[in-house]
Ligand binder design. Structure first.
Ligand code: FES
Length: 166
């Protein structure tokens, strides 16, 4: 959650909450800064505003589920036990590209910056589009409410290709 895909969420929430929290702590007489990671973890746990996510599976079926802010789209697929064959094979370690998802242009622009590591892995995905991202790198925020994520028809697991066992 605190890695590449969550960076923009992390920065946004830190800017909103951490400074006032530290000021309050100082006001109460402590000079020890609040551990940022603990604050972020607490804030994410406290968040009960679920985000609606619509997946379009390979058959064209729309599946509507909810996830918590801070969850990646891979987390949502796992938590909701969605049956997208081969999806998320590397469990979010940016080693497979099987979590490839396609968005509409408007939603794509809201997804935040893409890292070089994600871009490198995306390049290996089947059916790459201009609005493709890796689901394990997209963290939910309220601004993504109602998002539609299309699961591509084919999936590529670069690890199997490297092994020659695809
Ligand atoms: S789950 Fe493997 S790159 Fe996202």
């Amino acid at each position: 959650f605190f890695d590449a895909g969550g960076r923009s969420l992390y920065d946004a929430v830190r800017a909103l909450y951490l400074k006032p929290v530290n000021l309050a702590v100082q006001h109460l007489g402590s000079s020890v800064p609040v551990n940022q990671t603990k604050v972020m973890f607490f804030l994410c746990l406290r968040s009960d505003n679920k985000v609606t996510v619509n997946f379009i599976n390979r058959d064209g079926e729309k599946i509507t589920v909810k996830g918590s802010p801070g969850d990646s789209l891979l987390d949502v697929v796992i938590n909701e036990d969605l049956d997208f064959d081969g999806f998320g094979a590397c469990e979010g370690t940016l080693a497979c590209s099987t979590c490839h998802l396609i968005f509409d242009e408007e939603m794509y622009k809201k997804l935040g910056p893409i890292t070089d590591e994600e871009m490198d892995m995306l390049d290996l995905a089947y059916g790459l589009t201009d609005t493709s991202r890796l689901g394990c790198q997209i963290c939910l925020t309220k601004s993504l409410e109602g998002m539609v994520a299309k699961v591509p028809e084919s999936v590529a697991d670069i690890r199997q290709t490297k092994d020659g066992s695809s």
